[in-house]
Design a protein around this ligand. Structure first.
Ligand SMILES: *Cc1c(COP(=O)(O)O)cnc(C)c1O
Length: 398
């Protein structure tokens, strides 16, 4: 009998009792809207922003409706206009080009190198060959490029960097938290990310004008004074009537669920990485599988795991995926010609001008992706690694 895994790849941990109590308190108050406070009260959303800024080490933070909203808001706050070009990773997920398209701009995709991060040489070429002044950098699947080199290139060419940290909340490069290298960092608290409020997003920056614009954009009406950490009111006076209200606020219910999770984040990161390492070790000596190596400077969050089965036909990969699936191991393939679940590929975003990225094509054609929910035990991870290995071994015998 072949070993079978019976866990769920999409089951997250429950919301803690502390967070549930905090949520009930908000529900009982009826004051779910972030600006609906009674005298002397500071809303849960405002407190979340303050605590998140402290955690990440930024001057300001804004809580919003989703990670995708945070990116769109960041692009607008930094001054991206309809018709502009925005540089971004070819290897990313649909909300990233979607945020660029959402402001009427056009993505210019940058190629990928073998460790799944952005190709810095191609980045410099594309900076020179385009009029773009902004890079929306996606730390896709938690892989962080050499941020010192990236920032040196972007500073040299006066490119503003917005970091998409949907997969790197709690991660860092050379000791600096992900989201603190560029001008703005964007995070998601959607169920499958590192915090869980169903939907939700956060944005951080040190820039006075950007946070003022972002607050007005998010739909503060003229209630921005309720935010605790804000720049001088003169800055708001200057921009408040020029900045459209594009509602995307967070509410107190979500904020109440999120606040207790902030103090658990480092423990969660530890547990994710324990699981990640068990699977990585289990796959390391399988000849057909290529592990994605990580830099010593990268302190990552192993909430998902990627590996490559290079130089293998699509049919063979489908066979392997089906073999794993039949034994309860749900893997996704980034190379499929039709986008499945969350694995969309850059050439499937037909609203973007067609572009060709040779290395991204080569890498994605053999790239396998796996979610690693914290509901898996370390023993589960050993079973999963054994199943993947044995299915991969079958493949190498075909
Ligand atoms: C999930 C995700 C986002 C956006 O998050 P939402 O909260 O779902 O809008 C952004 N970038 C990447 C790479 C993501 O996976």
């Amino acid at each position: 009998m072949e070993e079978i895994f019976d866990g769920s790849f999409t089951q997250q941990e429950p919301i803690s009792e502390i967070a549930i109590s905090a949520a009930l308190k908000v529900l009982r108050s009826g004051r779910l809207h972030r600006y609906n406070v009674i005298e002397g009260e500071v809303s849960e959303t405002t407190l979340l922003e303050e605590e998140f800024a402290r955690l990440i080490g930024s001057k300001y933070s804004l809580a919003v409706a989703s990670g995708g909203y945070a990116m769109g808001c960041a692009l607008r706050a930094i001054g991206v206009k309809a018709g502009d070009f925005v540089l971004s990773n070819a290897f990313t997920l649909a909300p990233v080009p979607g945020a660029i398209a959402g402001v009427g701009a056009q993505p210019i995709f940058v190629d990928t190198v073998d460790n799944l991060t952005i190709d810095l040489e191609d980045l410099e070429l594309k900076i020179k060959s385009s009029s773009s002044k902004v890079l929306l950098l996606s730390h896709m699947r938690g892989h962080i490029c050499d941020m010192d080199k990236l920032m040196a290139i972007c500073n040299l060419h006066e490119i503003k960097v917005i970091e998409d940290c949907a997969h790197t909340m709690g991660a860092s490069w050379a000791g600096i938290p992900s989201g603190r290298h560029g001008v703005i960092g964007c995070y998601s608290s959607q169920t499958y990310k590192h915090l869980n409020s169903g939907e939700g997003g956060l944005l951080v920056t040190d820039d006075d004008e950007i946070i003022a614009r972002a607050i007005i954009l998010s739909g503060s009406y003229m209630l921005y004074q309720q935010h605790r950490s804000i720049p001088d009111s003169a800055i708001f006076e200057e921009i408040k009537l020029q900045t459209p209200n594009i509602s995307g606020r967070m509410d107190n219910l979500r904020a109440a669920i999120l606040r207790p999770q902030l103090s658990d984040l480092s423990d969660r990161v530890f547990r994710w990485n324990e699981r990640y390492k068990v699977i990585e070790e289990g796959l390391r000596n399988v000849p057909i599988i290529k592990i994605i190596e990580r830099s010593e400077n990268e302190s990552y969050v192993g909430s998902s795991l990627q590996f490559e089965i290079p130089k293998t036909s699509g049919n063979q990969i489908e066979l392997f995926l089906n073999g794993c699936m039949n034994r309860g191991v749900e893997l996704k393939w980034f190379g499929a010609s039709v986008p499945k679940a969350f694995t969309s590929k850059y050439d499937s975003w037909a609203y973007v001008e067609p572009q060709e990225l040779a290395n991204t094509d080569r890498i994605l054609s053999g790239l396998i992706d796996m979610r690693l929910p914290l509901t898996f035990s370390l023993k589960d991870c050993q079973i999963i690694a054994r199943i993947i290995s044995s299915e991969a071994m079958k493949l190498s015998r075909v």
